[in-house]
Ligand binder design. Structure first.
Ligand SMILES: NC(=O)c1ccc[n+]([C@@H]2O[C@H](COP(=O)([O-])OP(=O)(O)OC[C@H]3O[C@@H](n4cnc5c(N)ncnc54)[C@H](OP(=O)(O)O)[C@@H]3O)[C@@H](O)[C@H]2O)c1
Length: 299
């Protein structure tokens, strides 16, 4: 079996490639990220949504699609990502790809006012309409490796004298370890049926309890204050200007507070965030992880 993974030198993509290689699968990647010293030594092709895409995908049995953009920016938008995904699926079909494993998000909804979630729903629909057999994996939040969200919460806990949570902090989230997501990709890449799977770990946290748990695990003592979401966004925006990044978006705050990173389903990952964070407490959050720096864009 030959696999093509988008973003094979990126966050979830590199974990997926590693597990595919461990299974002995022939694997290539489509990416615009330069190879790093620790990148897997697999053939890499540009992730360009043009006529060459079909040729690049010819001979591939399974396409693993991680492609998406986290927020709208002058250099990229959710709507462009939807159009690019349509081109990717059409190219895969022309190339004779047998199966697509697609990484989505919990609670995608074409009617959502949040473009992240409505765009993800449009991409899922495009995949289903393509006629290519599929597995759609819907993670809530990823942790482990070089993740952004959990690492940066830890970084802020280490760096700031107080930690502000949006509103009452009661909304919930279900983080999954990136290697557990990769294992699901391998598992469902081998299936022949269509699947839609919530990719969630064994622990469900309220946001407040998550922050409290990380504070304890890091051995810190930080007052947690409740801030109105608009004020939280403004503080996040200001920090983003200082750091040259987008720390959090309005959509992310609204999605989180609307419980969209939580589903009523059995866990499909086995690694507990608290166990992993305890094992990695020494280096978790020591360095800020910048979304824009890894894309070589500025705010
Ligand atoms: N990270 C999370 O906590 C989380 C939570 C829920 C769902 N997800 C979903 O999981 C999937 C993978 O997430 P990830 O964090 O592993 O993503 P990632 O490594 O940052 O990127 C995945 C792919 O998307 C491309 N990409 C990302 N941002 C882009 C941009 N601004 N412009 C052009 N291409 C861009 C990357 O291109 P390059 O190959 O060139 O880098 C890569 O091919 C995504 O579909 C995401 O929506 C992630």
């Amino acid at each position: 079996m030959k696999y093509a993974v988008t973003g094979g030198f990126g966050y979830s993509g590199s974990a997926i490639v590693q597990q595919l290689l461990e299974q002995g699968a022939e694997t290539i990647t489509l990416t615009n990220t330069p190879r790093k010293p620790d990148s897997p030594s697999i053939p890499a092709y540009p992730l360009r949504f043009d006529d060459n895409l079909t040729e690049t995908l010819r001979g591939v049995d399974v396409l693993v699609n991680t492609y998406w953009v986290r927020f709208n920016h002058r250099n990229f938008t959710h709507q462009q990502a939807v159009e690019h995904s349509r081109i990717l699926f059409a190219s895969a079909r022309r190339a004779g790809v047998q199966r697509i494993v697609h990484i989505s998000i919990t609670n995608p909804d074409e009617h959502s006012p949040l473009e992240y979630f409505s765009g993800k729903a449009q991409v899922e629909q495009a995949l289903i309409a393509s006629g290519i057999p599929y597995a759609i994996l819907r993670p809530a939040v990823l942790f482990g490796g070089n993740d952004i969200l959990i690492n940066n919460i830890a970084w802020m806990l280490r760096t700031l004298p107080v930690f502000g949570i949006f509103g009452n902090g009661d909304y919930r989230l279900q983080p999954i370890h990136v290697d557990d997501l990769a294992a699901l990709v391998v598992q469902y890449g081998q299936s022949h049926d269509n699947h839609i799977i919530n990719a969630i770990g064994p622990e469900t946290f309220s946001y407040r309890d998550l922050v409290t748990a990380l504070t304890t695990i890091l051995g810190l003592s930080r007052p947690i204050i409740h801030v109105p979401p608009a004020a939280g966004y403004a503080i996040g925006w200001l920090m983003g200007r200082i750091l040259g990044d987008v720390t959090i978006t309005r959509d992310e705050i609204e999605g989180l507070m609307a419980n969209l990173l939580c589903v009523d389903a059995a866990p499909t990952g086995t690694t507990a965030l608290t166990t992993w964070a305890t094992r990695n407490a020494d280096h978790l959050g020591r360095r800020y992880a910048s979304e824009l720096a890894r894309r070589s864009f500025t705010v």
